[in-house]
Design a protein around this ligand. Structure first.
Ligand SMILES: Nc1ncnc2c1ncn2[C@@H]1O[C@H](COP(=O)(O)OP(=O)(O)OP(=O)(O)O)[C@@H](O)[C@H]1O
Length: 407
């Protein structure tokens, strides 16, 4: 292939897509512009109460703009993940929702909880529950006392009775599966157990919304995975409107009902995990969510060209050739030994790795560009691919971005 270059963003992969752009003449390679059908869940959400509605939020620290006119609506009972790289503004947005930080005082800026303007309400009045990455539990208090704390310190007029507090704490501890640890001190718990206590403590005061800022960020990968699944199950049980800040795309895609991708102080894209993963609207989202092979091609007169491969690209019908970036996910290739006449390109296998859920095949094109392909293990075994051999790569799907259009 002529002028083929690749680079990899190292992130996780998902199940294969069914699109077959290269086999179907006239198909549209620009996935991102295909209007997506609203899922039943989305339609349901549209008709539910909006519990958090922030509009036109900007935040400047000195001369640095940490948030740039961000608007976001979160439905009642929804779990939304704010996902983005470090410094993209996720925590700042969360802190503004909480009332820990004030937005720049611009006309049009508003923060509403359940239709009530809370912009002027202090953090203590907003009824939010927090769990942070390093949510220090009180070391001198038992698990039970930690969870009960928020209720015990309430003013007499709103404080529940001793029995009510005991009942509520016991219920919460069984909800977070720590009932048997109620008498332990934080130092006698694992990191994951401590975060579950922190969550029970946040829920004890019956907040209207739950704000989670990298709650599992300090824990090791295995524990994080377990807690992720646990948090999702918990959310399904209690359905409290929740905002989860994370820079871990796997975590966001697995746990959230809706993912809000942030970049450079703005919301880059929001949608269901499927939408943001499969229909990235920008190159940033495409690269941030999932592993990608990146190729540099061209568009001209309604066609996108990548070496010998050509696909329809109706978004640009100009005569003037424009550079384009073409993305293909590792699972979006078929590998064959012999050409079947369909558009493909040859590549040499440099390494294979099959000790995992899928086999990973590392290849090099004629231009010495590297490509990563993922195959189901049975297909990999059937092909009996050998390092050093040259095979044909058949792309099954691709997304084309013309920088001037997509940015
Ligand atoms: N109090 C502050 N004073 C000055 N700059 C700040 C302050 N708080 C945040 N910032 C800056 O604003 C930007 C956004 O910060 P924020 O914490 O919201 O990012 P983030 O997306 O949550 O990142 P991370 O994942 O690293 O926590 C960063 O560049 C940060 O340095």
């Amino acid at each position: 292939m002529a002028s083929l270059q690749t680079q990899h963003a190292v992130l996780a992969s998902k199940a294969p897509q069914s699109g077959s752009f290269f086999d179907e003449p006239g198909s549209n390679v620009r996935n991102s512009n295909i209007p997506s059908q609203k899922s039943e869940r989305q339609q349901e959400q549209d008709s539910t109460t909006m519990s958090i509605d922030v509009q036109h939020i900007s935040k400047t620290f000195g001369t640095f703009r940490a948030l740039d006119d961000v608007s976001l609506k979160i439905n009642d009972g929804e779990l939304v993940a704010l996902l983005g790289p470090s410094g993209s503004g996720k925590t700042t947005l969360l802190r503004i929702i909480a009332g820990l930080e004030a937005p720049d005082p611009n006309p049009g800026t508003s923060i509403r909880f359940y239709d009530e303007d809370v912009s002027r309400r202090a953090v203590g009045e907003r009824q939010v529950g927090f769990v942070f990455q390093h949510y220090a539990l009180f070391r001198h208090m038992t698990v039970f006392e930690n969870v009960a704390f928020g209720l015990r310190v309430r003013h007499k007029s709103t404080r529940p009775s001793k029995e009510e507090i005991r009942d509520r704490v016991e219920r919460l501890l069984s909800l977070v599966q720590l009932a048997q640890f109620s008498k332990r001190y934080p130092s006698q718990l694992s990191g994951g157990q401590r975060q579950r206590v922190a969550l029970a403590r946040a829920l004890a005061v019956e907040p209207k919304v739950l704000l989670l800022d990298e709650p599992f960020g300090a824990l090791d990968a295995q524990v994080r995975k377990g807690l992720r699944a646990w948090l999702r199950r918990l959310h399904e049980e209690i359905h409290i409107t929740s905002v989860l800040v994370t820079h871990d795309q796997e975590e966001a895609l697995e746990v959230a009902d809706r993912v809000v991708v942030m970049n450079n102080s703005k919301i880059e894209q929001e949608g269901s995990p499927d939408e943001v993963f499969h229909s990235a609207k920008t190159q940033f989202v495409m690269e941030f969510l999932g592993q990608v092979n990146v190729f540099h091609g061209r568009v001209q007169r309604g066609k996108a060209t990548l070496g010998d491969l050509t696909v329809d690209y109706p978004h640009y019908s100009g005569e003037h050739e424009q550079p384009a970036t073409v993305y293909m996910r590792p699972h979006e290739f078929e590998i064959r030994r012999a050409s079947n006449g369909k558009p493909s390109f040859p590549a040499r296998i440099t390494r294979t790795h099959s000790a995992g859920a899928v086999a990973r095949v590392f290849l090099e094109t004629e231009d010495a560009a590297s490509v990563l392909v993922e195959l189901p293990l049975d297909e990999f075994a059937q092909l009996a691919l050998q390092e050093g051999e040259t095979v044909h790569l058949y792309p099954k799907n691709a997304r084309v971005f013309v920088p001037s259009e997509s940015q």
